[in-house]
Design a protein around this ligand. Structure first.
Ligand SMILES: Nc1ncnc2c1ncn2[C@@H]1O[C@H](COP(=O)(O)OP(=O)(O)O)[C@@H](O)[C@H]1O
Ligand SMILES: [Mg+2]
Length: 157
């Protein structure tokens, strides 16, 4: 059996609330943030799966790309830090890992956009033999309660 990895995402609860997450109150700009991350990850293709009919609290939206993905180590160093500015303090252009694209990301906040419209976000990444899955709960992040003590998901898996 694989030993569970331990990841950390240090943040201040008030910061999360005030970071402008609520600027994302509709789905299209949230999807745009996630697709821009796929672009920055050198993906040549992105699939967005939306539910049929109306969006409800149990709806699931999936954004899947085929870019360079992240190992567990990259996830901890590059994805989880909130406010990590990949362009450095000068805001200079930065190339993607392939060197072929100028990255669009800048403030290290795009991943949080999903919490403007959803309470739960699941990240899956497979790279170099690492398969990582992390589930984030906005309620748990705000309240400090662990997700296991929160109500289970209602949507079918
Ligand atoms: N789909 C993805 N594939 C690979 N790496 C990703 C992906 N999404 C995010 N990342 C990594 O996580 C980091 C943080 O993403 P984000 O919060 O959107 O901030 P930003 O795009 O401004 O850097 C990115 O800089 C990138 O290193
Ligand atoms: Mg981004």
């Amino acid at each position: 059996m694989t030993t569970p990895l331990k990841f950390t995402m240090p943040f201040d609860a008030m910061t999360i609330e005030h970071l402008g997450l609520r600027l994302y109150s509709t789905l299209p700009p949230v999807i745009a943030e996630l697709v821009s991350n796929s672009y920055d990850a050198d993906s040549r293709e992105v699939e967005v799966t939306l539910p049929d009919g109306n969006i409800t609290p149990s709806s699931e939206v999936v954004v899947r790309d085929y870019g360079h993905a992240m190992t567990a180590d990259e996830l901890q160093r590059e994805y989880l830090p909130i406010g990590r500015c990949r362009r450095g303090t000068g805001g200079a252009e930065v190339k993607s890992k392939s060197g072929l694209r100028v990255v669009t990301g800048r403030k290290g906040l795009g991943k949080l956009s999903a919490f403007g419209v959803a309470d739960q976000m699941e990240l899956r990444s497979v790279k170099s033999g690492d398969a990582v899955c992390i589930r984030f709960s906005f309620t748990a992040m705000k309240t400090g309660r662990t997700p296991s003590r929160l109500a289970p998901r209602t949507s079918p898996r």
